[in-house]
Design a protein around this ligand. Sequence first.
Ligand code: XMP
Length: 319
Amino acid sequence: DWTMAAFRQEMIEKIRKQVGSGKVICGLSGGVDSSVAAVLIHEAIGEQLTCVFVDTGLLRKNEGEQVVTLFRDHYNIPLIHVQAQDKFLGALKGEFDPEKKRKTIGRLFIEVFDEEAAKIDGAEFLAQGTLYPDVVESVSPHGGPSTVIKSHHNVGGLPDYMKLKLVEPLRELFKDEVRALGKELGLTDAFVGRHPFPGPGLAIRIPGEVTPEKVKTLQDADAIYLDEIRKAGLYDQIWQAFAVLLPVKTVGVMGDARTYEDVLALRAVTSSDGMTADFYEFPWPVLGRCATRIVNEVRGVNRVVYDVTSKPPGTIEWE
Ligand code: XMP
């Protein structure tokens, strides 16, 4: 009988056999896949594993801290937390083109990861949270960086750490199975149930130039949106929900004063694999509450709109 508990045991044996007494480095994205891979590998080989978490400054609100807390404090897994916010935001300055933004982020990600990996003496293996759909078909249809580091290598030449042998324990699994395995390993429902998040992060949810101020605005608005979705009990019905900060200002009125501020678009879709998706049919009162709270609580936003495009013809992300 095939059960998650049996799979867990089987994978642990397999990882031990592959790795022996070698050292493994694992790139954490903050997402579910790489987190589950890391926890599984840690259970198999303990201190032989070191995780590298690159904070790009383009994560959801408080997400960086959550990852660090989970790995360092809860699991006691050796973790290198690279604060690369300034590097990424600096490189994105003046960049408006969606593909160039993606390429820049992909290139920096490799650079930073490579630098850190090189400091781990005698590392022989690179662990990744590659899933079955990643193997069959890329989840980065726009050609941007995946949360899977290996797929960066089609951006340029093979980086040094590609000499490392790959450890990919989730290669046979689909997303729902990874979530089940995560629960089996003791990760909370809230953690494993989190919506997918793209490698280039919030940069592709800020059409046009990315600035630290816009990232902060988007993080705040996005957090309110997700908070209202959770409070309404709708989070698990939705494949992915997020906000997009538009490079458009419109006129509004606040008290008895005219305002001229940014427009925020809300997106939510249902999907089974992200390849096709339908826009989510929100109950209107929930959307209304999101709009009211965002305009009241987030400085610089005075209008909220909802994206009712399905995929195809729209993509899930806006860039
Ligand atoms: P699109 O926008 O193509 O997105 O409909 C489909 C799914 O893939 C995610 N996505 C990415 N994930 N790196 C990733 O790891 C990327 O460059 C990337 N681009 C899109 C997106 O969030 C959605 O779940």
